[in-house]
Design a protein around this ligand. Structure first.
Ligand code: TXA
Ligand code: MG
Length: 319
């Protein structure tokens, strides 16, 4: 029997009994549990095979709940929350003492966001506790952007995926930390840097080595298909190099005619980065099932969401 359902009351009942439910968000599906339930939180780590040093994001129904989670909120964090919530920005803030250590991997900071999905917002409003929700995929594999993706990963280990349709943004939230109250980007994501800079001014992207293991979304190999994946800035060259192999191709806006290509996915025929972001993980999921020798992914223009997509593609190539 399928674990996919649109029944919010059922999701509430399961979460109230310390079970996990996969929930839709605008970015990717999350594997959710009560932040105050030791049983639920341990089960998140176990189900994902995620190391305990990798902290979780806390999901709240609105900015009004922020004081329950964070002990202090820098001015620029407040501006960002007001500008982008509900939406794909996660803020890493000094944690409130009520937040369990298991959530934050013992750190004194906590990651928090208000997701922008009507079903999950309704769910969060009806629950008496926030939800911890990492992406609903086994550790380091491709994040799920449909209920079906989650079912394929976890049908034997969780009871329900709340079906909210395909995720609109399609890559994870942008994570922002604070150093001396100034924002820094820990993980590129669905909110482009340019949009963030219009609110708080110029912002730096932290090199993963400088914050390791703060944001293991920064771990080198992450979001990765099983099939060997390479990035390309010159598609004809790359295709030629692998011409005796079964090649899968991911291109930005226009298909390549070449008999050596076994399977090909165009991310956005109209060169729309938002559309490309919403389809990139599904493209990787699809090609990964086709028994290919190699996936060649075209590098996107390196600005806006293109920069975030390139970041994910680069991580998918790490063997
Ligand atoms: O879009 C998203 O953010 C999705 C949806 C479900 O909300 N969630 C998500 O969670 O991507 P996850 O667990 O796959 O990635 C969370 C990232 C990890 O890289 C983790 O290291 C980082 O957030 N993180 C969590 N708490 C942190 C903290 N206190 N300091 C620094 N990084 C933190
Ligand atoms: Mg993840």
């Amino acid at each position: 029997m399928s674990i996919i359902s649109k029944d919010i009351s059922k999701a509430i009942a399961l979460l109230n009994s310390e079970e996990l439910v996969a929930i839709p968000t605008e970015t990717v599906y999350g594997l959710a549990g009560n932040i105050f339930s030791k049983k639920a939180i341990e089960s998140i780590f176990e189900t994902k095979k995620r190391p305990f040093f990798n902290p979780l994001i806390v999901h709240i129904p609105s900015i009004d709940f922020l004081p329950d989670i964070a002990a202090s909120v820098p001015e620029k964090a407040k501006l960002l929350a007001e500008a982008f919530w509900p939406g794909p920005i996660t803020l890493v803030l000094k944690k409130n003492s009520s937040i369990p250590d298991l959530i934050t991997a013992g750190k004194d900071t906590v990651a928090v966001r208000v997701p922008n999905h009507p079903m999950t917002l309704e769910l969060l409003k009806k629950l008496s506790f926030p939800l911890a929700a990492p992406s609903a995929n086994p550790f380091s594999s491709i994040s799920p952007t449909t209920a079906k993706h989650v079912e394929q990963y976890f049908k034997d280990s969780i009871k329900m995926v709340l079906d909210g349709g395909p995720c609109k943004s399609g890559i994870e939230s942008t994570i922002i930390g604070f150093e001396n109250d100034e924002p820094v980007i820990y993980r590129l994501g669905s909110t482009p840097i340019e949009a963030i800079e219009t609110v708080v001014g110029p912002i730096t992207i932290k090199n993963k080595k400088e914050i390791n293991p703060d944001a293991p979304g920064m771990l080198e190999r992450h979001y990765a298909p099983k099939t060997k994946t390479v990035l390309s800035t010159n598609l004809p060259d790359s295709i030629n190099r692998y011409k005796d192999k079964r090649v899968g191709l991911i291109v930005f806006n226009s298909a390549i005619e070449d008999p050596h290509i076994t399977s090909q996915i165009v991310l956005s025929k109209t060169s729309d980065m938002a559309e490309a972001a919403s389809t990139i993980y599904d493209a990787l999921h699809k090609l990964d099932k086709q028994n290919l020798d190699i996936i060649i992914a075209e590098v996107l223009p390196d600005y806006g969401l293109g920069k975030s997509i390139n970041d994910r593609l680069l991580r998918a190539t790490k063997a």
